[in-house]
Design a protein around this ligand. Structure first.
Ligand code: ADP
Ligand code: MG
Length: 249
């Protein structure tokens, strides 16, 4: 089940300076939207306002018309992959994903982190669910390997697997391609394309314009906390405001 995301006139300031100012955007169900902009444009702040890691100063966040901006992050049904997120060391790939599944409840998360014994039936269900998520992200063969042994590209896939295991209605990705080599980027973009084909609504925050040009249905461009352009990749590429503000052309 996947939903429409509607962000309405959202603002957030730090110490009197706006990081995000009066931003509105609507992502129809099943669309892959990219949010691009130079460093400091407010992309990660917007991500956190939608995901619930940060509170809005003003404005609304709605999923299929239901306001969620006052709900805590774990009750929004949004899967998140944070910028430069790390995998859990000292756990296998499968355990990393199981933490995601357990994370639906706070008690479950603690139990998983501490490896407390759990009800056998729950444990088996979660293990099976974890394998489904690993399969979806091409990591099934790596399930029993220590997570820190995965190459960086596969670690990103693992972040995605963990987010997907929470059965999100919307998936947020903050610069998932950063630091990846060309081959790894290709793998990641294939994976994102596959999730798009499954009909998942996604918001992909990126610094790298090239990475999202082939991938996104539409692109929203932020600069200094405001939306300066919104359109198809071709429209955005041709927009003079984007070229000056972002591409420095
Ligand atoms: P981006 O992800 O596009 O690079 P950010 O959302 O991280 O941009 O940052 C936008 C602006 O808000 C920057 O000027 C940054 O310094 C500021 N900012 C972000 N988070 C905080 C914070 N927690 N405290 C103070 N300032 C912040
Ligand atoms: Mg950022």
């Amino acid at each position: 089940m996947t939903v429409e995301l509607a962000v309405g006139n959202v603002s957030r300031a730090f110490g009197g300076v706006y990081a995000v100012r009066d931003v509105s955007l609507t992502v129809p169900a099943g669309e892959l939207r990219a949010v691009i902009g130079p460093n400091g444009a407010g992309k990660s702040t917007l991500f956190a306002l939608i995901g619930g890691q940060l509170a809005v100063d003003a404005g609304t966040v709605a999923l299929d018309g239901v306001r969620v901006e006052r709900r805590p992050a774990h009750r929004r049904g949004i899967g998140v992959v944070f910028q430069a997120a790390r995998v859990f060391h000292g756990m296998t790939v499968r355990e990393n994903v199981m933490v995601g599944a357990h994370a639906i409840t706070r008690a479950g998360f603690l139990a998983a982190a501490l490896r407390l014994p759990r009800h056998h039936r729950d444990e088996r269900r979660i293990r099976e669910q974890a394998m489904v998520c690993l399969d979806r992200t091409g990591l099934a063969d790596w399930a029993d390997r220590p997570a820190e042994e995965l190459p960086l590209g596969r670690q990103r896939s693992l972040q995605l697997a963990r987010a997907l295991c929470g059965e999100p209605r919307l998936l947020l990705l903050d610069e998932p391609a950063s630091g990846l080599r060309a081959g790894e980027r290709e793998l990641l973009s294939d994976l994102i394309t596959r999730l798009r084909a499954e009909g998942l609504t996604m918001l992909l925050v990126e610094h790298d314009v090239a990475f999202v040009m082939r991938l996104a249905d539409r692109i929203t461009v932020l600069d200094l906390g405001r939306v300066i352009a919104d359109g198809t990749p071709a429209e955005v590429r041709a927009n003079p405001k984007v070229q000056t503000a972002y591409l420095g052309v």
